[in-house]
Design a protein around this ligand. Structure first.
Ligand code: OGA
Ligand code: NI
Length: 320
């Protein structure tokens, strides 16, 4: 539909050379106009990514595929005669890295897979923190500002959702993952380099996030929209199902700690901000029930909750 759309792909190795200024400008433009960009030469070894991909696909075949097929049967999704709007066509499991790891509680992972995931998680955490500082620089915020906000009292929350989107006989009847914005901070996605499906909503048009071998796709969550006072925005995205191929995606979420206090950065607010201030976990409790709805009513609800708390401060005390 759209012709002149070029999804931003950024070579992060240029951040250390003569092209630093242009690269910073590309990142700023992507953050302002896309909410998404794709990184190459991000410093995460490509052979580690290859191993992770191989083991994730093996793990799915061995331990997840059968369960997924049973789920289809039990939910009556094996025929897909009408459109399904309340279930996603995906097979997932979650790894928590911070504040505490659950890597050793996950069943059926080989030692090699666990070790690689631990290494990958640590490297993504470092990349997320490096990127947050690049965002600070572009936003005119002091170095470390975003990391500090995300820290709360116990450090950030960091986790990985490992997904497979198996082939679907009738892609028009069901989404792999329904449209949503991500609630948290920075999302780092290692997606299948062959099977596509991820799309973002740009100016009212769904645009593909192109598969690109060894890239890491970055997108911004609702918290960064609030902290930047809307200078950067979280963007709606979704995953389409495909008739052929099993799409792997490994999405890592670098989020604020539960008790982190989120509010628009003072230096980015002119008069009064349109955005709410809140404790991150309160936002997550709200998000859990309305993930697949637009974000604006969420921001509004958080603003109203804060207003109620000011009028009736006792109410906030009673919740503890
Ligand atoms: C998500 C998400 C995209 C994907 O989990 O929030 O948007 O490609 N995932 O799996
Ligand atoms: Ni998402």
């Amino acid at each position: 539909m759209e012709k002149n759309i070029k999804f931003p792909v950024i070579d992060l190795s240029n951040i250390n050379g003569e092209e630093r200024d242009q690269t910073m400008a590309l990142i700023d433009d992507a953050c302002q106009n896309w909410g998404f960009f794709e990184l190459l030469n991000h410093g995460i070894p490509y052979d580690l990514m290859d191993n992770i991909e191989r083991m994730t696909k093996e793990h799915y075949k061995k331990f997840m595929e059968q369960k997924f097929k049973e789920m289809l049967r039990s939910k009556g999704l094996d025929t897909l005669e009408t459109e399904v709007e309340d279930i996603d066509w995906e097979s997932t499991f979650f790894l928590h890295h911070l504040p505490q790891t659950n890597l050793y509680d996950i069943p059926n992972m080989s030692d090699e897979y666990r070790t690689a995931m631990k290494d990958f998680g640590k490297r993504l955490e470092n990349l997320a923190e490096e990127l947050l500082d690049l965002l600070c620089e572009n936003l005119g915020l002091e170095k470390g500002y975003l990391k500090k906000v995300f820290h709360g009292t116990k450090g950030p929350t960091f986790g990985t959702k490992v997904s497979n989107y198996p082939p679907c006989p009738k892609p028009e009847m069901i989404k792999g993952l329904r449209a949503h914005t991500d609630a948290g901070g920075l999302i780092l996605l290692f997606q299948d380099d062959k099977v596509s499906g991820l799309q973002l909503l740009k100016d009212g048009v769904w645009v593909d996030v192109p598969p690109l071998k060894h890239s890491i796709v970055i997108n911004l969550g609702d918290q960064l929209e609030v902290i930047t006072n809307g200078k950067y925005k979280s963007i709606m995205h979704r995953v389409l199902t495909q008739k052929e191929g099993n799409r792997m995606s490994i999405a890592s979420f670098y989020n604020p700690g539960k008790d982190a206090e989120i509010s628009p950065a003072q230096s980015l607010v002119d008069k009064e901000s349109e955005y709410p201030s809140f404790v991150f976990d309160d936002y997550m409790k709200l998000y859990a029930g309305v993930k697949f709805q637009p974000k604006e009513p969420r921001f509004e609800a958080m603003k109203n909750a804060a207003a109620t708390a000011v009028v009736n401060p006792v109410a906030t005390v009673e919740t503890f």
